[in-house]
Structure formats: C-alpha cells, structure tokens
Design a protein around this ligand. Structure first.
Ligand code: UDP
Ligand code: MG
Length: 320
C-alpha cells in the first residue's frame, strides 16, 4: 500500500483532489482548511492540487506549498484544459484508498469531507455531496443548474443524482475504473454514477465563493451540459427521427384536408405564405438535426484522434 511521506503505514491514505484555475485569492485559505480537516480526521493524507493553466500566480503558490508541505502533490498543466480534465488528472495522480474531489474556491466546505469519510468507512464506494442549499450564487445560475440536472435525469440512461456536483468521495476501486474511461468530453458525475458500486448522498450547504469570481461562465456550463447529454444519451439523435415522423404524418393528414377544401372552392391554401412557412420550418428542423448530428460526429472525431487528455508540464516527481 502506498502512503504519504512519513505517515503511519497502518492507516489508509486519503487523497483530496482540487482543480485550481486562477484561485490565488482562495488557495492559501483553502489549503489551511483542508490541512486542519485532514489532521482532525486522523488519517494520513495528501492534497493533489492540479493547476489548470492559471496565470494569476496560483501556480507559484502551489509550488511554494509543495516545497513547504510534503502532503501537497502538485500537478501543473501546460495550459488550461478545463475543470473536468483537471479533476481527471487529479484522480490519475492520486494514491489514496479514498479520493475526495473538491473545488478550491471553498464553495464546498472541506469539513464535509469528514462526513463523506464516515460513509466510506461504513462501506459506500461513492459518497456524493448533495447541494441542499446554495449561497451567494445568482438566480440565473441556480435556475439553469436546477433545470440542467432535471433534463439530464430525464433523458440519460444513467440516473445521475439531482443537485449533485463533483464534490464527492470515491473509493480506490471506483477511481481505478474511472481511470480506464478515457473519454475526452467528460462528465465526471455521470461517469461515477455509471460505474455502479454502493453509492449514497450526503446533504450539505454549498457556501458562497471565498473570493474571486466563477471560472464557469455560461459558455462553459453549456459545454458541460452538452457533454453530459451526448456522453450519456442518444436522445437528441432520436429527436430528429421523432420530428421526421411527426412532420411526415402531419403532411399526409393534410393531403385530404387540402383536397376537400379545394373541391369545396375554398381559397385558403392558394397563398405563397403557407408554402414559405412550411419550407422554412422544415429547413430549420433539418439544420438543427444536422447540427445535433455534428455534435456527435465532432466528438467521435475527437476520440479517434486519440490525443492525450491533458499535458502536464510539472509532475509531483519534479518536486521530490
Ligand atoms: N476550474 C478549473 N479549470 C477551469 C475552470 C474552473 O480547474 O477551466 C476550477 C476552479 O478553480 C474551481 C473549480 O474548478 O476550483 C470550480 O470552478 P468554479 O468555482 O469557477 O465553478 P462554479 O463553482 O462557479 O460552478
Ligand atoms: Mg465555485
């Protein structure tokens, strides 16, 4: 069994994985709180900090923390690869028997890790933290997030728990399975639901950001939502089929109606406007269907290229 440096070999190693993108204002406080919490847990621990191409000095802070504290295991990316990929790298470099994924902005209180650990000790392999309350987030973010979780729940095959982010604790066995899932467009909550094992949720209050602004603008949230849907469902593709059947069905029904109206001398369908609307509507439906197809084809293309998921410029070994 691998353990942290200088730690008790008998106790399991717990890894805390945090992705960091321009979190200079929160990072020091985050590190302090994680350290307090992990000390109180009585387990040996490591903190895997994945620097996702920060350009605000977070990288130097991570280097410094690693130099001062051997618990800190730094992984420094060559550029920004996005939150989901950063967490993936964190899982890859983690060594613990249990791995907690947590945001570095202190929105997920590190103290909750202790509750997650308790459930893990009871024998659960995936313990996810459920957002019972969210503080300091805009009405827009909360509404779109709530809507997103419900749409995903309805249309995907995997039952991804509602109102659950990536804040969770995974057993080593689950991490090992997820390490084999090298898909590029990732939705980690879906993936960790998909693997099975014994899973349970723990409610918590999601705090406001400690400092700084969200690194997840609407554009990135949309991308994540698309990855979640395309990664776990064919529903959008089937939508084209449904729409095709509906419009074909409607047009067949319309034939006798038009014939009868014409025979009765009704002028209703002589205009060009009707034709124009029908053509534009169907053109729109076809283009949207093509676009949906494109989303899937593009993802297939990305997979086929087989590029590495991320590029690391400094590994933990560079700091030993
Ligand atoms: N993050 C990252 N790469 C990115 C965007 C975000 O590693 O491209 C990190 C960020 O530093 C934080 C976590 O992912 O630790 C969650 O991001 P954020 O708090 O901005 O998202 P929100 O909580 O607003 O959804
Ligand atoms: Mg946040």
């Amino acid at each position: 069994m691998t353990t942290g440096k200088g730690s008790d070999v008998q106790r399991p190693l717990i890894s805390v994985v945090a992705p960091v993108f321009n979190e200079i204002e929160s990072l020091e406080a985050f590190y302090q709180r994680v350290r307090e919490v992990m000390r109180s847990s009585g387990e040996s621990w490591e903190l895997v900090l994945v620097d996702d191409g920060s350009h605000d000095g977070s990288t130097d802070l991570i280097r410094r923390l690693a130099a001062e504290d051997p618990h800190v295991r730094p992984v420094i990316f060559a550029r920004n690869f996005g939150h989901q990929i950063a967490v993936t790298a964190g899982l890859d470099y983690s060594r613990g028997q249990a791995v907690a994924i947590i945001d570095a902005d202190l929105q997920d209180p590190p103290e909750v890790i202790l509750e997650l650990l308790n459930k893990w000790r009871e024998g659960y392999q995936v313990v996810y933290a459920v957002r019972a309350e969210r503080e300091g987030e805009t009405w827009f973010k909360k509404t779109t997030a709530a809507l997103f979780y419900r749409i995903i729940y309805r249309i995907t095959d995997v039952k991804i728990p509602l109102d659950t982010g990536d804040f969770r604790l995974l057993d080593r066995r689950v991490v090992n399975v997820m390490k084999q899932m090298r898909e590029r467009h990732r939705f980690l909550r879906g993936m960790s639901a998909w693997v099975g094992f014994k899973q349970i949720g723990v409610p918590y209050r999601r705090a406001a950001r400690f400092a700084g602004v969200t690194k997840y603008p609407f554009r990135k949230m949309l991308k994540l939502a698309l990855n979640a849907i395309t990664g776990f469902s064919y529903f959008p593709l089937q939508l084209a089929t449904y729409l095709g059947f509906i419009s074909a069905g409607l047009s067949i029904l319309a034939i006798p109606v038009v014939v009868i109206l014409r025979l009765a001398g009704n002028q209703a369908f002589f205009g060009q406007a009707t034709t124009l609307i029908a053509v534009l509507f169907l053109g729109g439906v076809q283009l949207i269907s093509l676009g949906i197809l494109g989303e899937y084809v593009g993802r297939v293309y990305d997979e086929v290229k087989g590029r590495p998921l991320y590029i690391v410029s400094e590994t933990p070994e560079d700091f030993e």
